[in-house]
Design a protein around this ligand. Structure first.
Ligand code: 5MM
Length: 325
């Protein structure tokens, strides 16, 4: 079995990135209904089959994050999703959190849940073919937010999750997302992201998490979507990389960004601008959800006739992201 650091390096190296296809049933339902497709178990399965059988996917995708539903489903030919990914040279990952829930004593804020019974669930996921995992904590910027309480609760949960995954031989993707919604400036996003990342790495240290065996999945430092600001890719890149240099130890092998609702081309341009700031202590790559699959979903709209065109749309985004220097 590969070591944790080998798996983590495979996920972030050779310019490949991670496809986040782990929407919960609720989120996937909203996305499918948005393009006029009924959210049935079969339609969710079919859509994931479309994505993950895209020709040449492995040239630009190192790993795919699945949901609990998908990891138990099979392709039309009867192959399980993890087996199908293994055959093409893509690692199978699994989202193991059970969602962001209201945090007591912190109005408007959440803590991500899923620690209860996690050790047993991880053992099962290993048996189902997973080699890595994901857990997402969510932080909003607002009047007095995020609170110290929410930051502490989420960092603690992320670190306990990461420790359990490494114990099970799985590489944890640690995803603290400062969301883009709001009127905040780029500078405010930078301050909050720095504070959040500091708290996460402090907790990872306390829990004895091996930094060589994780992948960090942070937000890019951007202005709020209602701020009226539109920073250029070089401004986003400089603010993001400066923040990461201040907070992420060089032992971490790689950073795979989420897209957070950015336009797909914008996310690619921002990633490209960051890579221009090399040399950096860690690999930089993508772990996009919407910025990879959005155009494919819009193209497919549930039509069998659009199957090839939708796969091409995914391929174009994946290749564009893998082609940035
Ligand atoms: C793909 O969506 C992931 C799961 O979301 P829910 O559990 O809320 O359904 C999500 O965590 C995703 O991996 C990240 O937000 C990155 O996706 P984007 O679209 O921001 O790149």
């Amino acid at each position: 079995m590969s070591s944790l650091s080998d798996i983590a390096r495979t996920l972030v190296s050779d310019k490949r990135g991670i496809l986040a296809a782990d929407e919960s049933v609720g989120t996937m339902g909203k996305r499918l209904e948005g393009v006029g497709v009924e959210s049935t178990e079969e339609n969710r399965r079919l859509y994931r089959e479309l994505l993950l059988t895209t020709p040449d996917l492995a040239a630009s995708i190192s790993g795919a994050i699945l949901s609990d539903e998908t990891i138990r489903q099979v392709l039309s030919d009867g192959t399980t999703f993890p087996d199908a990914l293994d055959r093409i040279g893509v690692l199978a990952g699994i989202k193991v959190d059970t969602g962001a829930k209201a945090l007591a004593g912190a109005p408007g804020e959440t803590v991500t849940e899923g620690l209860d019974g996690l050790r047993d669930r991880l053992e099962e996921y290993v048996g189902l073919g997973a080699t890595f995992t994901k857990w997402r904590a969510v932080y909003s910027i607002g009047d007095g937010l995020p609170s110290e309480r929410a930051m502490h609760a989420n960092a603690h949960a992320l670190a306990r999750y990461a420790g359990l995954c490494q114990e099970a031989g799985l590489v944890p993707i640690v995803e603290p997302e400062v969301v883009m919604n709001g009127e905040h400036s780029l500078e405010q996003c930078r301050e909050v992201t720095r504070t959040v990342l500091r708290s996460v790495f402090a907790e990872l240290g306390l829990m004895g998490v091996e930094l060589e065996g994780i992948v960090l999945k942070p937000n890019m430092v951007v202005a709020g979507d209602e701020s009226g600001q539109r920073p250029s890719p070089s401004e986003v890149a400089r603010a993001t990389v400066d923040t990461l240099r201040e907070t992420v130890p060089p032992a971490v092998p790689g950073i795979a960004f989420l897209s957070g609702g950015q336009d797909p081309e914008e996310a690619t341009s921002n990633l490209a601008a960051m890579k221009e700031l090399a040399p950096l202590p860690w690999e930089l790559t993508y772990s996009f959800g919407r910025a990879l699959v959005g155009p494919a979903l819009e193209t497919w709209r549930g039509s069998q006739d659009q199957w090839d065109a939708a796969q091409k749309a995914l391929s174009e985004r994946a290749v564009a992201n893998a082609s940035v220097r």
